[in-house]
Write a protein that binds this ligand. Structure first.
Ligand code: FAD
Length: 453
């Protein structure tokens, strides 16, 4: 069997990589037309490496707002990476830093500016849906649910910060008022965020793909960039059957960025594996005893779980456990999610699992996203580092990359966004550090369980 693509090990996702056993690819629409593989040497103005939300949104914005026809080079098929296989929550989110830490580290003005960027991200998604992308958008509403009683005070403090510093009407709900929304023993209260909804993520990506093409973009699938040289004022991007010479390059490979793509980009993100199970349809009694609400949910564990009830009454349940690509297919990771789901919702004990898949999210050293011009390379721009929370923000930063590639600055009060992320030191020990962090977070959660007993 071919080993799963692992960005820290392999040079690019090659044609032997299988498609995920994702729920979305089973219910999704017809695959949109594309421009096939690059089959000769070509000269282009802007090349975009990676055909997920970031790359497709950049291609759309270049065509629609800047009159530039971009060329997307995607290793496999459009949205083959995270964008076609995620948990489906479009929220005001990006990165994984608690707001209290962000305010402490960068101050209230920068934090508020960042919140503004994230809000724009969600509005960009809404606008694309309003423009005609049919992606089964569900009603707004996001709940951050206290797994343990001891997490309630933290949620109350977060409510206060949202309201007083970010000017956003988050609302703490006590355990009683969660009845009929979120059931089970891990329902100790929740922070309700009024904006945010779930979608069919693959249909959404396919919609952007179609729009980008009808605005002049060319989308080459099965066209991995396997080599990169800069000479004579152009970037020579080698694909298996032709070289693309580009004046400007947008790198939109995010968690799928191989350490070997370009030395200037290596070591700036850690690819972290996130996995999802989708169950068989629940009975009405199981729905009522678990998740009567169809809203987006995530919990307050150190290694958090995210979950929702799908329109056909299946449970989608995701979280992180595997460290490397070689290990990600081990059945114990599927069992880990199943055990967590049935601990949260005992009524689901024994239910079948219909789908199980995973993908690589990108985590930077400061756990915050980036969108910057790459130093030492002429006219190369990149964005990513959403830390598993990038459905809306990747679409937004795609529009910002397009702006930068069109020669306009991306001016933002969220100053950290436009800085080159620091490299991880001791690259070969990164995964050991991640394994230790996971052990520590599990031990922390176990202490909370013991305290609660
Ligand atoms: C299991 C899972 C659940 C998630 N759930 C959520 C959620 O509920 N909400 C949320 O906000 N976020 C979620 N995310 C994260 C979100 O999906 C991502 O942040 C977002 O899709 C990133 O989009 P992107 O375009 O930057 O990257 P991707 O969609 O990963 O696209 C990168 C593309 O680059 C291509 N590529 C890589 N190397 C090369 C090369 N050398 N040449 C050509 N192409 C190349 C890859 O094939 C890939 O298609 C989840 C992610 C996963 C994996």
């Amino acid at each position: 069997m071919v080993q799963m693509y692992d960005p820290l090990v392999h040079p690019f996702p090659d044609g032997r990589q299988s498609n995920p056993d994702s729920y979305w690819s089973k219910v999704g629409q017809e695959t949109p037309d594309d421009d096939g593989a690059v089959d000769s040497d070509i000269d282009v103005d802007v090349a975009i490496i990676g055909g997920g939300y970031t790359g497709l949104s950049a291609a759309l914005a270049l065509g629609r707002e800047h009159g530039i026809s971009a060329t997307v080079l995607e290793a496999r098929s459009s949205a083959w990476g995270c964008s076609g296989r995620n948990g489906s929550f479009a929220r005001i989110s990006g990165g994984r830093v608690p707001w209290s830490t962000l305010v402490k580290k960068y101050g209230p003005d920068v934090a508020t500016a960042y919140f503004g960027e994230l809000r724009q991200g969600l509005e960009t998604v809404r606008a694309l849906i309003a423009d005609g992308i049919d992606c089964d958008k569900q009603p707004d509403g996001v709940y951050k649910v206290a797994t343990f009683g001891s997490h309630v005070d933290t949620l109350k403090r977060e409510e206060e910060l949202y309201n007083s510093i970010l000017g956003y009407p988050a609302r703490f709900m006590a355990a009683d008022s969660l009845r009929g929304i979120h059931e089970g023993p891990e329902s100790h209260g929740a922070l309700h965020l009024p904006d945010g909804f779930s979608i069919d993520p693959l249909k959404f990506a396919q919609g952007i793909h179609r729009m980008a093409r009808s605005n002049g973009a060319r989308i080459h699938t099965n066209s991995p960039v396997v080599g990169w040289e800069s000479k004579g004022g152009a970037h020579h991007l080698a694909t298996p059957a032709g070289t693309v010479r580009a004046k400007r390059v947008i790198v939109a490979t995010n968690g799928y960025t191989s350490s070997q793509l370009h030395p200037q980009l290596a070591g700036r993100i850690l690819p972290v594996h996130s996995q999802i199970i989708v169950t068989a349809p629940m009975t009405q009694a199981q729905v009522e005893a678990s998740l009567p609400s169809g809203s987006c949910m995530f919990d307050t564990r150190g290694l958090l779980f995210y979950y929702r009830r799908l329109p056909d009454n299946r449970m989608l349940f995701g979280g992180r456990s595997a460290i490397s690509g070689a290990d990600a297919g081990a059945p114990r990771h599927r069992q880990y999610l199943y055990d967590a789901m049935t601990r949260k919702f005992p009524a689901l004990a024994g239910i079948g699992v219909a789908h199980w898949w995973g993908g690589w999210v990108a985590v930077t050293r400061n756990s915050l996203p980036f969108c910057y011009r790459v130093s030492g390379l002429s006219d190369v721009f990149t964005a990513g580092g959403y830390a598993g929370s990038g459905v809306s923000f990747s679409v937004h930063l795609g529009t910002r990359l397009a702006m930068m590639a069109a020669g306009k600055p991306f001016e933002t009060g969220a100053t950290f966004l436009t800085r080159e992320p620091e490299r991880y030191p001791f690259a070969s020990f990164i995964r050991l550090g991640q394994w230790m962090a996971y052990r520590w977070l599990h031990a922390k959660d176990a202490r909370e369980v013991r305290k609660a007993d």
